[in-house]
Design a protein around this ligand. Sequence first.
Ligand code: ZN
Length: 92
Amino acid sequence: MRSNNIPLRKCVGCGARKPKSDLIRIVKKEENGKINIFVSSGHAEGRGAYICRSVDCLIKAKKARRLERAFSGRVDLSVYDDVEKLVNESEQ
Ligand SMILES: [Zn+2]
């Protein structure tokens, strides 16, 4: 049985709850009135959204504009591209 101490986060693609370490984190950070949305590899502060390292989840999230919904605003397509790169890397 999995320990309750592992923080679970919901994937914006499939909706499954998984340990944070299994997911890619996308962060929205507001700095000096400028909004930055980027893929976080470390512990960047800010509002986060999570997605599985899976092409299927990425496609679902992109089609349904789930990141836009998660961050209540526009999300540059390059953010999805960055996620795609990470997904491809981890599937190789
Ligand atoms: Zn997923």
